[in-house]
Design a binder for this molecule. Structure first.
Ligand code: SD4
Length: 342
């Protein structure tokens, strides 16, 4: 939509009158809080700096805390990073109160919930699905694509048919709360509106993990931008954009405005930074700087990356203030305020 904001596009294309401009992602979290998996909170500050501990799991946003808990259960039992990240992100996918992922996710402008997800294993295999309706757990469909086919990505009706044939249960995943949010959004459309309801969070979960054996895996799952144009697919299901794993060097995941992440192959770029010897945080920084350079002006949108090296060092950085990530290692699970570039 070059040179044309979504607001204008909708006006022109559909004659709907004024709609809100694409809104930068927001975080509505105030401060950080700790949620111990055990009483050993003393380890938290050390871990926040990235201690090189294994196993370890890191994920985006506040809903990363319960997701990390589930992933940690797998990891502490000696399980594989791949199983951990799938189990982890299934938690927000199944939680109707998380209105940015899976069941309960905010719908698109046609009031349809369409989901994107990707998963990647330490041996380089990858699977993803995009624009999927009617299934709560796209991450598990993505894993099935990875394991049962020689394809990487299946979208839309094809992905739904694939899920049905593979025994996934079709369900209505539009909750009353999400429908109400959509109705409010419709009612409030005006030149003044800011597109996105203030009382709702809207954040993808990206998760990367290293298991006790030192193997890496990643997962990313989302309902995408709220009230997006029907059919829009973001970065999350695109291998190398929303998430990437290279078991030789590290893993990364993205959250924020997917279009910007896609344009720089964001997660791949972060992992390549690790390969070139950058620290996880510097690798995130370099990718964000690439976005800034391409964007030209000071952006109002949010993009954030999390990164994990093969050595178990972590880093995260966002463009705007407000990004938080959850880090579980050594018996703690901690929500951390990330540093920001702007
Ligand atoms: C997308 N990157 O669909 C996702 C949205 C997101 O935090 O990450 N929200 O563009």
């Amino acid at each position: 939509m070059s040179g044309l904001s979504r607001r204008n596009f909708i006006k022109v294309a559909a004659g709907l009158g004024a709609a809100g401009a694409l809104m930068p992602l927001r975080s509505f979290f105030s401060g950080s809080h700790l949620k111990g998996l055990s009483a050993d909170l003393s380890a938290a500050p050390l871990l926040a700096g990235g201690s090189g501990t294994k196993p370890l799991v890191i994920s985006t946003w506040k809903h990363g805390l319960p997701a990390n808990d589930a992933a940690w259960k797998v990891l502490e039992g000696g399980g594989a990073a791949l199983d951990a990240v799938e189990a982890g992100v299934r938690v927000p996918e199944g939680d109707p109160n998380v209105m940015s992922v899976g069941y309960g996710g905010l719908p698109d402008e046609d009031c349809k919930v369409t989901l994107d997800a990707s998963i990647m294993a330490s041996d380089g295999r990858a699977g993803s699905v995009a624009f999927v309706q009617g299934y709560k757990h796209p991450i598990s469909i993505a894993r099935k694509v990875m394991e049962a086919t020689d394809h990487v990505m299946i979208v839309g009706e094809g992905a739904e048919e694939f899920a049905r044939k593979n025994g996934f249960q079709r369900e209505d995943i539009l909750t009353d709360a999400a429908r109400e949010a959509w109705i409010k959004w419709k009612q409030k459309m005006s030149e003044e509106d800011d597109w996105f309801p203030k009382d709702l969070d809207h954040d993808t979960i990206g998760m990367v993990a290293i298991d006790a054996g030192g193997n890496l895996a990643g997962a990313c799952t989302t309902s995408g931008l709220a009230f997006k144009i029907h059919g829009r697919v973001g970065d999350s299901p695109i291998i190398g954009a929303g998430m990437y794993v290279d078991n030789e060097v590290g893993a990364a995941a993205a959250t924020g405005k997917g279009e910007e992440v896609i344009k720089i192959c964001g997660s791949f770029l972060v992992v390549e930074g690790l390969r070139q010897g950058l620290s996880p945080k510097d690798a995130c920084k370099r990718a964000l700087e690439r976005i800034l350079k391409k964007h030209g002006a000071k952006p109002t949108f949010q993009v954030a990356f999390i990164a994990l090296s093969k050595e178990g060092e972590i880093g995260a950085l966002s463009l705007q203030q407000g990004f938080q990530y959850a880090l579980a290692a050594g018996g703690t699970n901690e929500l951390v305020d990330a540093e920001h570039l702007l």
